[in-house]
Design a protein around this ligand. Structure first.
Ligand code: ATP
Ligand code: MG
Length: 288
């Protein structure tokens, strides 16, 4: 069953002025449960604007957004629920920490949900552990943390609400390669454990190739496609036309296929490429 649905979703910034922009233009989508979804598209293609509709932060200029079949703007009660059931983490969320301690910051969402003290405590510890935040840090001021730790605290605060849908807008931006890899693995483990739907907005084709099952591709406000990750990376020319590229390893596989190597078409991650090449070498087909 679809958890998130949009019908004709359109959002226009600065309507009626010379700056009028249709940032999201008649988007129809059905996103399922228990999925890792990558959201890609050129800068300005409408990714963040679309994401902000999923938890009711922006109201459509036209069209509809539904959560589990119910229009999120149906009434105030629904909208309040949506804020808890769809967690949105903005780009650079570390600038939004404001409580006295890291614990209080992570507890902010669960507290607003009206959970018991015990449950809040349990969730804060679980979210901190899930993101590799040392429990020792929970009593400190968020401002005493490093940049990476602050980012983790901010994301933990949204994870601790255990939303059905977690949206992360560029969660790895600015992290070093090691921090980036850790963060992606932790996000994937969180998704597996909670069976929620995670939407990961990213400019890294490598990251979405490795960590997502579905890709939502935006192109100048329009939905280009919402399909299996493998299927999207087969659309090499269309992606290039909209200023995107396929992962480097997929380009290498394509080049090898063009030189006559018998390699399957849907290889777009390094581990897949390694397996396929080992098989090819075992068959003794090394002439390509
Ligand atoms: N607050 C705003 N006021 C006016 N126009 C805006 C505003 N925010 C975004 N836009 C415009 O809406 C369009 C979509 O922007 P959006 O930020 O959703 O794209 P994006 O795909 O998230 O880009 P990026 O990859 O750079 O984050 C762009 O043309 C952008 O200039
Ligand atoms: Mg954006």
């Amino acid at each position: 069953m679809a958890i998130l649905t949009t019908e004709g979703l359109t959002y226009i910034y600065s309507a009626g002025t010379p700056f009028e922009t249709a940032a999201v233009d008649h988007v129809d989508l059905q996103i399922g449960e228990d999925l890792m979804v990558g959201v890609i598209g050129h800068t300005g293609s409408g990714k963040s604007t679309l994401m902000q509709h999923f938890n009711g932060l922006l109201q459509p200029t036209e069209g509809k957004v539904s959560l589990e079949g119910k229009d999120i703007w149906a009434d105030k009660k629904m909208l309040r629920e949506v804020r808890f059931r769809v967690g949105l983490v903005f780009q650079y969320p570390e600038y939004q920490l404001f409580e006295e301690t890291v614990f209080q910051d992570i507890a902010f969402g669960p507290k607003n949900m009206g959970l018991s003290g015990n449950e809040i405590q349990r969730r804060v510890l679980w979210a901190a552990d899930s993101l590799g935040l040392d429990r020792e840090l929970l009593g400190r001021s968020p401002f005493a943390l490093s940049g990476g730790q602050k980012r983790r605290a901010a994301i933990a605060g949204v994870m601790a609400m255990l939303p059905k849908v977690l949206i992360l807008d560029e969660p790895c931006a600015g992290l070093d390669p090691k921090g980036r890899l850790q963060m992606l693995r932790q996000i994937r483990d969180y998704q597996k454990q909670t069976k929620s739907t995670v939407l990961l907005v990213s400019h890294s084709m490598e990251d979405v190739a490795e960590y997502t099952e579905k890709l939502l591709v935006m192109d100048r406000g329009r939905l280009f496609c919402y399909e299996d990750t493998a299927a999207v990376f087969r659309k090499v020319e269309a992606l290039q036309e909209m200023g995107l590229r396929i992962p480097q390893i997929a380009s290498l596989m394509l080049a090898l296929r063009q030189r006559g190597c018998d390699l399957p078409e849907d290889i777009y991650t390094v581990p897949q490429a390694k397996d396929a090449l080992v098989q090819l070498l075992r068959k003794g087909a090394v002439s390509c």
